[in-house]
Design a protein around this ligand. Sequence first.
Ligand code: BTN
Length: 275
Amino acid sequence: MEPYKREQWQAGSMLCRVVRFGEIESTNAAALSMAREGAPEGTVVLADMQTAGRGRRGRSWFSPPGCGIFLSILLRPPLPAERLSQLTLAAAVAVREAIIETIKRTGGSEQIEDPAQRYKIKWPNDIVAGGRKICGILTETVIEDMQVSGAVIGIGINVNTDSFPEDIRMLASSMRREEGCLFDREALARLLACKLAEKYALFLETGDLSAFTQTYDASMAGRGKEVRVSGPGWEREGTAEGISVDGSLLLRTRDGKIEHIISGEVSLRAIEDYI
Ligand code: BTN
């Protein structure tokens, strides 16, 4: 599958080289192979649809034509591999801001409440609204000559999506379904690139998430509530208190201790009607 257009966007201080595809297997897979061929930081792969969109934990990502954003950006931060995953949390803050600003600018007919109150980040990096997932982020490590040389951050946003397959119908939603109007995907993609560049610069200044914890915590779905966190073969329950500067979830267990959860899936369903 060949790109139909190449262009450049000035996204704040970052020059993005944007490679546009109509149909592609996965923008993440394409960005990873471009990275291995020496593509520079700021390379953005954008597609109208994906035939094999990748989700976290080996899942697929619903990527129909003409209604979503499927965007991957290549970053090459001068950081050790173990810190790269933190970029995903900074990216979640950027995506949420881009979504909220877009809704405010567009002025959906259903806007009875500030979108900032409804669009939240479900740790580590899903954007949810009304208990359903609007956006997912998948960060994949770039390996070149057996060395980690960067990260591809892949972002999928359900923008104007009208309907979802049966298996995810109860779990997924879109900006259109939540707000009752259509959105300009091109404007959102450009704003997203600016927000990502801004948050990336802030992240590099400190090398951790200290500049983000306050905003992230204020945007966290289920913060201060009872949640269940699980991973392969384990499960914990407690109160979600926020994140630490390394991106781990701070979970207060019944005995009052704070546990740092490095990876896992948060479920709010048992306590509230959230995913
Ligand atoms: C998740 O499971 O929550 C992460 C989904 C990430 C989907 C995006 S769409 C653009 C990019 N290309 C992919 O193949 N996946 C990511």
